[in-house]
Design a protein around this ligand. Structure first.
Ligand SMILES: Cc1cc2nc3c(=O)[nH]c(=O)nc-3n(C[C@H](O)[C@H](O)[C@H](O)COP(=O)(O)O)c2cc1C
Length: 342
């Protein structure tokens, strides 16, 4: 893990253990694409950002470049979905060559599609295989290989099951960095969305896990919404990963750098965040992208503020039109009451 600390310290310029993984934005399919990550980076220089899950099959056989990203996105982790150690090692090596700061294995996603491919949350029942996968990846890269998982699956939801899983994977593969979504997954009967809402959150179980494996870096995920909650979790754990709230209300990250990472830069206003996106958007459009592919990730920026609905509506109604450019965002900003210094 020393490598991880040094590398993140180099990029973040901040002393202390595991500075970046103190806060991360969760991998989210269809949401945390490269445009989204570029936008999130305007809100925090230090948060660790995750790609959407990319399967080894897509990387190895796909026609598109699934590993493309913008340099500004660092520190950046590639999340892989797969369960074939050879393929995972191959993809981890590619990730390192392409400059990713970390590779993460998905052992938490419960969708049917994912189970058919024998990866995601169902791998919690196959700790030996997960250990083989992580070992194979760690053998070929220097960047950290981390695991994102849950506290259990189906009826395998005892604390013993969780400690057996973490114990086996960490001891047999050497993996020392885990992010735990603090609820179990039902592998059949619940949709992925329901599996993010219905099984109850159990933070104390994750705190206990950290106490029982103090040498492992451990982050919690699930249901976290505010900086105050993040700070409370950090009393017990090394890191906090936030998914939906970071996407739907991205300004919740505005003070992260100051409060968690010791930055003394001024906190950006929402308007400044929008304006910081203009050069990027213009470059992307010039290269053939469309405004709405980028602006869709910015809809939640004024969440809970007067004018938020008009901001969303103006973008939703105009960003998809042919030729739409940053003027759509400039007009949408005019919907926010001018006297608000936000
Ligand atoms: C739209 C969406 C897509 C997701 N895709 C992934 C994924 O690709 N890989 C993964 O490990 N988890 C995925 N998740 C789960 C999140 O990473 C996270 O574990 C979950 O949303 C709980 O955190 P939250 O309560 O902070 O949102 C996804 C969640 C959402 C809402």
């Amino acid at each position: 893990m020393t490598l991880n600390v040094d590398k993140h310290q180099e990029t973040s310029g901040i002393a202390g253990d595991y500075p970046s993984s103190r806060f991360s934005v969760a991998p989210m399919l269809d949401w945390t694409d490269r445009h989204c990550r570029y936008f999130h980076r305007q809100l925090s220089e230090h948060a660790l950002l995750y790609t959407e899950m990319v399967t080894t099959g897509a990387i190895i056989h796909g026609k598109a470049d699934y590993l493309a990203y913008n340099e500004e996105e660092h520190p950046l982790s590639l999340q892989l979905g797969g369960s074939n150690p050879v393929d995972l090692a191959h993809c981890a090596k590619l990730a390192q060559e392409r400059g990713y700061d970390e590779v993460n294995l998905n052992v938490g996603c419960p969708s049917d599609r994912v189970q058919n491919g024998r990866f995601g949350a169902c791998l919690m029942g196959e700790a030996e295989l997960v250990a083989q996968c992580v070992s194979a990846m760690r053998e070929v890269v220097d960047i950290p290989v981390t695991v994102k998982t849950r506290i259990g699956i189906d009826d395998q939801d005892s604390y013993q099951f969780l400690t057996d899983f973490i114990g086996t994977v960490s001891e047999k593969s050497g993996c020392d960095d885990f992010t735990i979504h603090a609820r179990k997954a039902w592998l059949s009967g619940l949709s992925p969305k329901e599996n993010r809402e219905i099984p109850p959150l159990d933070y104390p179980r994750v705190y206990q896990l950290k106490r029982d494996f103090p040498h492992l870096t451990m982050a919690v995920n699930g249901g976290v919404k505010t900086l105050a909650e993040i700070e409370a979790h950090l009393e017990h754990l090394d890191g906090v990963m936030v998914g939906r709230e970071a996407y739907q209300n991205p300004y919740m990250m505005a003070e992260l750098d100051q409060r968690l990472f010791g930055s003394n830069k001024p906190v950006k206003k929402r308007r400044e965040v929008v304006e910081a996106m203009y050069p990027y958007i213009e470059r992307q459009i010039a290269n053939g992208s469309y405004l709405n592919h980028i602006s869709r990730h910015m809809l939640g920026l004024f969440q809970n503020m007067p004018g938020a609905r008009q901001w969303r509506r103006h973008i939703s109604e105009n960003a998809h039109k042919p030729g739409a450019g940053i003027e759509v965002l400039q007009q949408a900003l005019e919907k926010i009451p001018a006297h608000l210094d936000v």
